[in-house]
Design a protein around this ligand. Structure first.
Ligand code: UDP
Ligand code: MG
Length: 312
């Protein structure tokens, strides 16, 4: 019987410190999984260090190693998309190069798909140990918020590390949007998914590429990509303010007719003007977010640009 091919997609951005550890680990796992053939697809996301050179070394020694190298840094979302496009496997998994996605779980994930009939197995970290507490706090708030606002379920702690059948990969690839938010896209396509839970693992080496600010912007991307509730909210705020002003006008008319009109209330008026114009700007800002996303989508720019692959 022909063996299945399993592609491991590895997005790498400045990972010279950790990539050799990763390669060592993953080939150990590949040795244990004798019933599948492996393909390791490294996506070099415009690294400025020795990452590409190291990947090339792997691919010279090991025929299973393929790579794609971008013309500049396009971000992890773009790297994952490119990886899925180039993957030839019947099954595809995405793994970080820093060993924060334990390769050993792959065995269990593969067996789950084969024996239990799932289409996709995702991983979820149940702790955020080793992460700044403030970041964990905001992450938790974000998941609560987005799950209230979006019909697509976002699982708290879900990683991009998952094993998918070819059918799921093709479904993901059919979503060609420019503003990609994978956590949402993976739930959007559906299919039977099983979650495997594990404790957070620290990076083997090197540093995280995500600052708090980057994560904040990424969270906003997630909201605009999967919910239009903020737009509705802006409308509702507008209606509430109209109602308040209507009641205030009536109150003032009655007051003028009954006790005359002593001219007071300038300080409160200034406060009201500030407050209302603040709310207006806030609502315009919300609209601006959606408009800017729509603007970028209509340009149909490529999600990534390749400079070289192992074939060139
Ligand atoms: N990564 C990437 N492009 C980027 C940023 C990150 O391909 O612009 C890769 C990175 O090399 C790693 C994975 O995405 O393999 C996760 O990045 P990181 O470990 O910095 O994120 P964290 O685990 O801290 O969320
Ligand atoms: Mg990491």
């Amino acid at each position: 019987m022909k063996k299945d091919l399993l592609t491991v997609v590895v997005p790498c951005y400045n990972e010279q410190e950790s990539i050799s550890y990763f390669y060592e680990e993953i080939i150990k796992i590949a040795e244990q999984m004798k019933n599948v053939n492996f393909e390791f697809l490294f996506v070099n996301d415009g690294s400025k260090d020795q990452t590409l050179k190291m990947i090339k070394d792997f691919s010279q020694k090991d025929k299973r190693v393929r790579y794609i190298s971008f013309s500049r840094n396009f971000g992890k979302e773009a790297a994952m998309y490119a990886g899925l496009e180039y993957a030839k496997g019947d099954y595809v998994t995405i793994m970080d190069a820093d060993l924060q996605d334990p390769p050993a779980l792959l065995i269990e994930m593969y067996n789950t798909i084969i024996n239990e009939g799932y289409d996709m197995v995702g991983t979820r970290r149940v702790t955020r140990k080793g992460e700044p507490p403030i970041r964990s706090f905001f992450a938790r708030c974000f998941y609560k918020l987005i799950n209230r606002m979006s019909k697509v379920e976002m699982v708290d702690g879900a990683r991009d590390y998952r094993l998918m059948k070819r059918q799921v990969v093709d479904a993901i690839l059919s979503l060609k949007e420019y503003n990609r938010y994978s956590k949402g896209l993976f739930s959007f396509v559906g299919f039977d998914t099983k979650w495997i839970e594990y404790e957070n693992v620290k990076r083997v080496a090197g540093e995280t590429k995500w600052s708090f600010w980057k994560l904040f912007l990424y969270a906003l991307d997630g909201i605009t990509a999967f919910s239009t509730v903020p737009l509705i909210l802006a409308g509702i705020i507008g209606i509430v303010f109209c109602l308040i002003s209507f009641v205030a006008i009536i109150a003032i008319i009655i007051k003028t007719l009954t006790v005359g009109d002593p001219t007071v209330g300038w300080p409160s008026l200034v406060c009201i003007i500030f407050f209302v114009s603040g709310v207006q700007l806030f609502c315009i800002g919300i609209m601006g977010q959606y408009l800017s996303k729509a603007y970028l989508e209509t340009k149909h720019r490529p999600i990534y640009i390749i400079k070289e692959t192992e074939e060139s």
